[in-house]
Design a protein around this ligand. Structure first.
Ligand SMILES: NC(=O)c1ccc[n+]([C@@H]2O[C@H](COP(=O)([O-])OP(=O)(O)OC[C@H]3O[C@@H](n4cnc5c(N)ncnc54)[C@H](OP(=O)(O)O)[C@@H]3O)[C@@H](O)[C@H]2O)c1
Length: 336
């Protein structure tokens, strides 16, 4: 009896160990907020599809500034304190499971989209996300190009098209044109027919190749001179706040903040009641129609994703180190 009970316990342990292996996924996660050093390889429980979710076996993902800001703990109440946390919003891959209420997607379909950036999840083999956050991967779009689009591309698109209302012939200033958002913004503004002034750093030659008409290298000490010259300003650098940028706006111009603080969010709405030059704060939405719109721009070669480097999943720590080291022109992609 004793022997059988021991072997039963042993069998139980073995089954649990097997279960852990079968129902765990490789991930990169952290157990406390902090610098790059808190991120480490881990085996985590396999994500399960909620009723409106799809589970995706990830083929590629990309790094965004928000992944680093969330990990650093600087996002305050926007991020819960439950650990472990897996970074990563942008991803592409194949659906392995769907919830009971999923209507438009099926197991086996290839998709791309974004997890909630404040929750993350893309730096794992599998991620569970609401159906509303993903679309089918167009056959002509590579997974590497697809994962550059959601967070940075949507921010650029919704800033310029929805808040800026950019139209043909307008004069647009992209301040911070050499970051991932700025490089998409330059291309979307050109696609809309605008005349684009790009202010940025090391990636200015890339911005020129992507269509920017005027280049200003902030590192040279040169600044924007055109008082009253712009219909739309995108403050992608964070260095052109409304207090500074308003003199560069035309009478009914708009300055857009892609990364507004709560104070800017509320203050800009109140202030706009009393002024013609508007200050607008972006609250990005992951919309199917906008992901499709961006994918179409890439297919039509109106927008070219800029990929600075591609790493294997096992090299995730090196990929983050590259982004956090600065001077990267374009997106860093991490594949399987
Ligand atoms: N709302 C959203 O959903 C959303 C999504 C994505 C991003 N965002 C926000 O959008 C902003 C841009 O994102 P990102 O990923 O492109 O950021 P990023 O990688 O930090 O890019 C910022 C760019 O600004 C340049 N820059 C720095 N100082 C400058 C200055 N004084 N004048 C002009 N350019 C300057 C940098 O050049 P160097 O590197 O050469 O210094 C860099 O190329 C961030 O604030 C981000 O939080 C919001």
């Amino acid at each position: 009896m004793a022997v059988s009970s021991t072997s039963h316990r042993n069998a139980g342990v073995k089954i649990r160990a097997l279960t852990l292996r079968e129902h765990s996924v490789k991930a990169f996660s952290y157990d406390q907020f902090g610098g790059a050093g808190v991120l480490h390889a881990a085996n985590l429980p396999e994500p399960v599809a909620g009723t409106s979710d799809v589970v995706v076996a990830i083929e590629a993902r990309s790094i965004n500034l928000i992944d680093i800001r969330v990990r650093s703990g600087m996002m305050g109440p926007l991020v819960n304190k439950r650990f472990p946390k897996v970074p990563g919003a942008d991803f592409a891959g194949t659906i392995t499971a769907i919830g009971a209420n999923v209507k438009h997607l099926q197991v086996g379909e290839r998709v791309f989209g974004a997890a909630d950036p404040f929750k993350g999840g893309a730096f794992a083999e599998l991620v569970a996300v609401p159906e509303s956050q993903v679309i089918k991967l167009p056959s002509e779009l590579s997974v590497s190009d697809a994962v550059t689009l959601p967070i940075a591309g949507l921010a650029a698109l919704q800033s310029l098209r929805d808040l800026g209302g950019v139209t043909s012939g307008q004069s647009v200033l992209i301040h911070g044109a050499t970051g991932p958002v700025g490089l998409f913004a330059v291309q979307i503004a050109k696609y809309k027919g605008a005349y684009v002034t790009a202010v940025g750093g090391a990636g200015l030659e890339t911005a020129r190749l992507l269509g920017a008409d005027v280049l200003i290298d902030y590192r040279s000490g040169k600044t924007v001179q055109k008082n009253g010259g712009f219909d739309v300003i995108l403050n992608a650098s964070g260095k052109m706040p409304y207090s500074r940028g308003k003199i560069f706006l035309k009478q009914a111009g708009r300055l857009i903040e892609p990364s507004p603080t709560i104070a800017v969010f509320i203050g800009s709405k109140l202030g706009n009641l009393f002024r013609r030059r508007k200050h607008l704060a972006l609250a990005t939405q992951v919309r199917h129609s906008d992901l499709e719109y961006l994918a179409r721009l890439v297919s039509e070669r109106a927008v070219k994703p800029v990929i600075a480097a591609t790493f294997a999943f096992s090299e995730t720590l090196a990929a983050f180190a590259m982004v956090e080291g600065g001077g990267v022109i374009g997106k860093v992609v991490v594949t399987r």
